[in-house]
Design a protein around this ligand. Structure first.
Ligand code: AMP
Ligand code: ZN
Length: 467
């Protein structure tokens, strides 16, 4: 499979570190509010990546953190603590907020057919590990104490701005966020590993550490959770494109300083979902959620379909018209599938199966081109082959696409299986037609009609539906 690697800025053949296996790390949500559908675009595309790698036969292990401490409203070390903000807003404790929005996140994921990663770790459960790694960074000379906090010293690295398609001057935290710089830092790009001098008097969660009572910075959690669970060599690290800097840049800095060698080989970044008025954001107050889509009568799976129609490396504009178009297209797929989903007769047409399957794998092998994978699905629907071949292909495709196609097609047929009696008659009619006994075929059709079903022969096979 060819995958675009943000680190090298090109498509590369994906070769896992251990043959047959793949380790994936995903930056999880900051659980101070509901996920917006932009966040969920990232998780949908990551889910497709994971499922496709499994589809190709790889034994995938995927790990995700839950950010329940340390993430400030600026992705640098300034602004308010996001969790604290959430707790104040709802007059609850930070842990109550974290639990509530973690559950809400996984409930949204379930509705969107996003598989829960194999390992999910809340940052607050790994404090000892963070302290251990920070101590190693201090011992190795990569971290220093200043003004009560522990900072990573970016000047100790040969290269800090590894995703260098960003201009350095745009990246300087103070400039970008329009906020004051932290005068404790030796270098502008240095970042906090451990806060002791909290500027938040009401900081709820604090832990004892050799560096003083405090709490971890945001970036250290992903390095530690990944290395502890997936080892020293990570195959793929995922996240939204906004995470590339400073978050992933800092993850690489601290992980490689700790390990003394290259850490993660492939970086997979999903571009943003925007609205016509710009970037989608949780902190803006009003934002689009899965619940809102449901309230408006949309099946969340249609939003997944909407996302799959576009490539993950292009930003995507959300508006209701675009979503309505996705509803129409999705319903068409379901209706077409419903026409043959109950026709189980015959054998798989091997050559057509292989040709159509290759369509699908070629699309996804090319840097996860999901829009072409959807085209491959349309090609199945209109192919000149029997129903069984189509059903099998759709079942296989849907292991990756996650669109509930077979299930919804079955439901379209009034949610009930076609009675065995009708199916038997359909088979008898097929044989009669084969033998060119059209009188008998007509007679059988009348019997089928009497049972409340309509049967039609098309070039693509037999269609059966309830009258
Ligand atoms: P957060 O909960 O803010 O930590 O973000 C969770 C994930 O959503 C991260 O991978 C972000 O990079 C990603 N993300 C944030 N905003 C968007 C957006 N508008 N579109 C797509 N992904 C996003
Ligand atoms: Zn992360």
């Amino acid at each position: 499979m060819q995958l675009y690697n943000s680190l090298t800025h090109k498509k590369e053949e994906f070769i896992p570190n251990i043959q047959g296996k793949t380790s994936i790390y995903t930056c999880g949500p900051t659980v101070y509010h509901y996920a917006h559908i932009g966040n969920l675009r990232t998780y949908i595309m990551e889910d497709v990546l994971e499922k496709y790698l499994r589809f190709t036969g790889l034994d995938v292990t995927r790990v995700m953190n839950i950010t329940d401490v340390g993430h400030l409203t600026s992705d640098g070390d300034t602004g308010d603590d996001k969790m604290l903000k959430g707790a104040k807003r709802e007059h609850k404790t930070v842990m109550e907020i974290a639990q509530f929005y973690t559950d809400a996140f996984f409930s949204d994921c379930k509705k969107l057919n996003i598989k829960t990663p194999d390992v999910v770790i809340p940052a607050t459960s790994y404090i000892e590990e963070f302290i251990r790694v920070i101590q190693v960074l201090i011992d190795k000379g990569y971290a220093y104490e200043s003004g009560g906090n522990i900072y990573f010293d970016t000047s100790k690295l040969e290269k800090y701005y590894v995703f260098n398609d960003f201009r350095e001057e745009d990246l300087a935290v103070g400039v970008r966020e329009g906020v004051e710089e932290d005068s404790n830092k030796r270098n502008k790009a240095d970042f906090v590993l451990w806060f002791t001098k909290s500027k938040f008097d009401s900081q709820e969660l604090k832990w004892e550490s050799p560096f003083g009572t405090g709490y971890p910075g945001w970036h250290i959690e992903c390095s530690c959770i990944s290395m502890k669970n997936l080892g020293e060599y990570l195959d793929i690290h995922c996240g939204g494109i906004d995470n590339a800097f400073p978050h992933h840049t800092n993850e690489i800095a601290q992980s490689e300083a700790y390990l003394g060698h290259e850490w993660c080989k492939y970086w997979f970044h999903v571009h943003h979902l925007n609205t016509n008025s710009g970037k989608m954001s949780k902190s803006k107050g009003e934002f689009l959620t899965v619940s809102l889509l449901e309230e408006k009568g949309y099946n969340p799976v249609v939003y997944r379909y909407f996302c799959l129609q576009s490539h993950y490396r292009k930003s995507l504009v959300f508006d209701w018209d675009n979503l309505n178009n996705a509803v129409t297209a999705y319903n068409k797929i379901i209706e077409k599938t419903a026409l043959f989903v109950n026709d189980n007769s015959g054998d798989i047409d091997k050559s057509e199966y292989e040709r159509l399957m290759k369509n699908f794998t070629d699309a996804l092998d090319n840097d996860l081109n999901t829009s072409l994978a959807i085209t491959a699905l349309y090609n199945v629907l209109k192919a000149d082959t029997n129903s069984v071949t189509k059903i099998e292909l759709i079942k296989e495709f849907d292991k990756v696409l996650g669109l509930d196609i077979i299930e919804n097609a079955m439901k379209t047929n009034q949610g009930e299986e076609i009675p065995a009696e009708v199916l038997e008659l359909v088979e008898e009619r097929k044989s009669a037609r084969k033998e060119k006994n059209f009188a008998l075929a007509d007679e059988i059709r009348n019997k089928i009609t009497a049972l409340g079903y309509e049967v039609r022969e098309t070039r693509q096979g037999v269609e059966i539906r309830k009258i």
